[in-house]
Write a protein that binds this ligand. Sequence first.
Ligand code: COA
Ligand code: AMP
Length: 636
Amino acid sequence: MGQYQDTYNDAINDPSAFWLEQAKAVQWSQFPTQGIDSTQSPFNHWFADGTINACYNALDHQVNDGRADQAAIIYDSPVTNSQRTLTYRELLDQTARFAGVLKAQGVTKGDRVLIYMPMVPEAVVAVLACARLGAVHSVVFGGFAAKELAVRIDDSTPKVIVAASCGVEPNRLVEYKPLLDEAITTATHQVASTVILQRDQLQAELIAGRDHDWQEVMQNATPADCVPVKSTDPLYILYTSGTTGQPKGVMRDTGGSVVSLKWSMSAIYDTDPGDVYWAASDIGWVVGHSYIIYGPLFHGCTSVMYEGKPVGTPDAGAFWRVIEAHKVKVLFTAPTAFRAIKKEDPEGSLIGQYDLSSFKTLFLAGERCDPDTLNWAQEKLDRPVIDHWWQTETGWAICANCLGLEALPVKSGSPTVPVPGYALDVLDEAGQPVDRGEIGSLVIKLPLPPGTFPNLWNAPERYQSSYFSRYPGYYETGDAGYIDEDGYAYVMARTDDVINVAGHRLSTGAMEEVLAGHPDVAECAVLGVADELKGQLPLGLVILSDGCDRDHDTIAAELVQRVRTHIGPVAAFKSVAVVARLPKTRSGKILRATMRSMADRVAWKMPATIEDPAVLDDIHDALQALGYAGDSGPAS
Ligand code: COA
Ligand code: AMP
């Protein structure tokens, strides 16, 4: 390891000097004199006396730098059969106008704006318009239900909500407006104003005085200029699943985001300004924030915005079509997308039907990448396939093969090595470092690099207790894994109730809260069980209240529907069984891990602390009836 190791050492030995140097590559209103201020650690402040504007870096600077006529966004939507290109000049014009719209509605620096939109260019316009004004955007993924939206409205207290009339899924239109109306009605926080983009597929009914039509307000808007903000001012809030039904509002600051994302575009992804970069994700997730919107634009790349799926829109050749059509150099997606493609086109025969000469590298993240999928992709594409590991909290990769620094040999099953800035370690239960090859908690020694989360919105205590209290001096990632003798990291499983369904991060705890709210449910457990396509799927086991003699299938159907309406279709909650008892320890803790191993047909041990081992027989039968669990009993 040459250039990688040198850069890693520089970033760890003197983080302030290293990142101040990288900060020179972006545009500041006031260049910072200081790298990190860790006097209030773990609440670290990067570039504290710098002032900056993220939208200026994404758009104005690119136009001034000669990119006015270069495509900034290429929108490709097989689900609506349409395509549209916005140059940097066009994206800047629209963004400045929309910033004017928000300003006219009273949005100023620090105000929150909630964005509930599908994968259309106007969503990027809305996001960047917030950044232009120094307002804080909070994008909510379209697959979430009204209740989840209401929780986010109450926590972020937005002045304005920007939404669209509908999303387009392959099998149906998702009407956003009724969900939005319900959320606004149920939320305690009062939202005075919305802007609704009417899509051709569906016209939403607008409420006079509250809802404004996007096209109309844009026509009369006065473009607004960039408002410089402090580097430490929030750029956005993005809610993500924690262990309870109350999502965590991950906050991102402005200067750190601009510097880290710009740096990552060359150091990790090895792209140059002008290259076409495609993150096949959704703007509702962190990958979308960092690599559909900000990263590629900060770097002067062209970003592809794809409103479709890897399969079924229309077939498993969809990704290759997009790569050929737009000359994509780097594709970034989740392993689940490749499992879906592999399932439909196991020989990869559709790949050969397209000209992929522009395509250099595939990056995967969002969930553990199983070696089979990685090897298949590598063999069929005949290109480097790079697994990299990151989280909503970090905003960019913790571990990766930093191709722009030095391409290291790929080891399947590993997202390679810690990215410069991340001092990765593995600790045991007692907080002691473990030997190489031994599994433990993956932690990052403080300080975290710029672009990671400096706080949780409205929840500094939760920030400290969730991430920094168990291992003082470290950030606890919530993932377990190990580092091998070559320094390669392996991320094996979550240590908490978070599961990963088709690359979507969900909380089994939140689902349990929804099931427990059903009047007939006395107690329940939700497990994340292994699934060939989606990585994991949630499975519910419920005990009914005494005296309930209703039909079990009816109750199960109600529970499935309940999760769909309370959390959203994206939870993919479809399996639930009624059981008489749940296995518990003598102290009353439900033995979820044992049930999960049973469901996944992996070896499990009878827990020494189990209160009544006979309960597991019933659970085994219930799991088998749902298509899980094998014939065998405990391994020992
Ligand atoms: N708005 C509304 N509903 C949505 C939605 C959105 N943006 N995205 C998904 N949903 C719905 C789907 O319509 C589906 O509903 P259904 O139960 O009525 O069929 C449900 O949520 C589950 O959707 P999805 O996870 O997309 O599963 P799928 O079975 O339709 O497709 C894959 C499977 C693998 C093709 C798909 O999950 C996929 O493309 N995954 C890649 C994920 C990804 O990019 N993650 C980002 C991390 S980098
Ligand atoms: P999210 O916050 O939605 O990005 O989800 C983050 C979680 O996804 C991580 O904590 C991991 O559990 C998982 N994850 C993301 N990328 C990887 C990866 N490359 N390998 C293993 N797990 C991953």
